[in-house]
Ligand binder design. Structure first.
Ligand SMILES: Cc1cc2nc3c(=O)[nH]c(=O)nc-3n(C[C@H](O)[C@H](O)[C@H](O)COP(=O)(O)O)c2cc1C
Length: 354
């Protein structure tokens, strides 16, 4: 299996499966001398961890990270940062029903066909448990990037959506409720919807919006490694993601150029920001904002028709502990992938000019 490394200078390689001994990673290329706040890393992990509230999977994992290398006396040393998070609350027997049967719309079938062998326990490598390692690295990248700020929040669950432009959102409000939606009234409607869907043994999708502030001009490498292209890749590499749009996105197609153009102020800032802070694949100094669409995840507690490894039609019902809606837990993952992209471009920018 290839494809376990992300980034070109600030690089993260992850390892591990859902029900193995541990998951973890190696961050290579992180510059020396960055002050690291370990509590901030743990705080981000706690925002992603299972069992954190009544609307997420009830798998109970403390998700405490052990850092093995690369940090000394509170600062990065420039050497590889190795880390691991133990898996402690596996219930592998909950997954024996998918040993020879494929959950519709999960990764079971393609892993089996591609590799001929599959660790089916908890979804193995295809489980979003892997994203905890991204959060560790992303949290370190965020600390490297300060004063750039990266904040994500839930802007939709099913058909309930926040009708407020990201530039007007108070992102800190989002962390005050378990859904992570900055509008508390809408958050409680979303919570009720998630609980209703869970009761029905079903799942529901949603949207995570991210806003990045204090960005310098010049991040992004045309032609192929445009800033929005790498952000898109980072986001689309997150489990269950089905869509990515930045700036005016798909709604921009309904505007005319005369409405869509961001007119300049004399200092180079723009009066509007339909471009989402990126032009020609390069940050222009305005806020970057984008939406990430998550599907209703595959494992439902209802009977569904599927096939087994003998290609026979069989009935299956989901078992085990699953998320009825992943967006509340996906918020720190989206921030982390954004941080990894920006950290990498920050280092690549150093080569741009003498
Ligand atoms: C935070 C998070 C939690 C997830 N939890 C579940 C889950 O409990 N059950 C499930 O079937 N899928 C879950 N997923 C999604 C699967 O990992 C994903 O759908 C699967 O690997 C197939 O990949 P794809 O949907 O990207 O094609 C979760 C995704 C994220 C981001």
């Amino acid at each position: 299996m290839t494809g376990n490394t992300f980034g070109s200078i600030f690089k993260l390689t992850t390892f591990g499966e859902s029900h193995g001994l541990a998951i973890g990673g190696v961050i290579d290329g992180c510059p020396a001398g960055i002050k690291i706040n370990l509590d901030a890393i743990q705080k981000d992990l706690d925002r992603r961890k299972p069992g954190q509230s009544s609307i997420v999977t009830q798998r109970k994992e403390p998700d405490e990270v052990t850092l093995f290398s690369g940090i000394f006396e509170g600062k990065t040393t420039g050497t590889p940062i190795g880390f691991a998070i133990q898996n402690t609350n596996q219930k592998s027997k909950d997954y024996s029903h998918i040993k020879n049967t494929f959950r519709p719309s999960h990764a079971d079938y393609v892993y089996e066909e591609k590799y001929g062998i599959r660790d089916y326990r908890g979804g193995g490598r295809s489980s979003a448990r892997e994203t905890a390692s991204r959060v560790v690295a992303g949290s370190i990248a965020k600390q490297f990037l300060a004063p750039i700020t990266i904040n994500a929040y839930v802007s939709a669950v099913g058909t309930l959506s926040l009708d407020l432009h990201p530039s007007k959102v108070d992102v800190l409000e989002a962390e005050k409720n378990i859904v992570r939606c900055p509008d508390s009234k809408l958050a409680s409607e979303m919570e009720s919807l998630i609980k209703k869907v869970r009761k029905e043994g079903d799942t529901v999708g949603g949207v995570v919006t991210c806003i990045i502030k204090n960005i310098p001009v010049g991040l992004g490498e045309p032609s192929f490694d445009k800033l929005h292209a790498e952000l898109g890749k980072g986001m689309l590499s997150i489990n269950a993601v089905k869509g990515f749009e930045y700036g005016s996105g798909f709604s921009g197609t309904k505007m005319k150029g005369s409405e869509h153009n961001d007119l300049f102020n004399p200092d180079g800032t723009t009066q509007t920001n339909h471009s989402g802070g990126i032009q020609g694949g390069i940050s222009n100094g305005m806020d970057i904002y984008f939406n990430v669409a998550f599907k209703p995840v595959a494992t439902i507690m209802q009977n569904q028709e599927t096939i087994n490894s003998q290609r026979e039609k069989v009935a299956m019902q989901g078992k085990g502990r699953h998320d009825p809606c992943v967006v509340p837990r996906a918020v720190p993952i989206v921030e982390s992938m954004a941080a990894l992209v920006l950290a990498d471009f920050h280092l690549r920018k150093r080569n741009n000019r003498i």
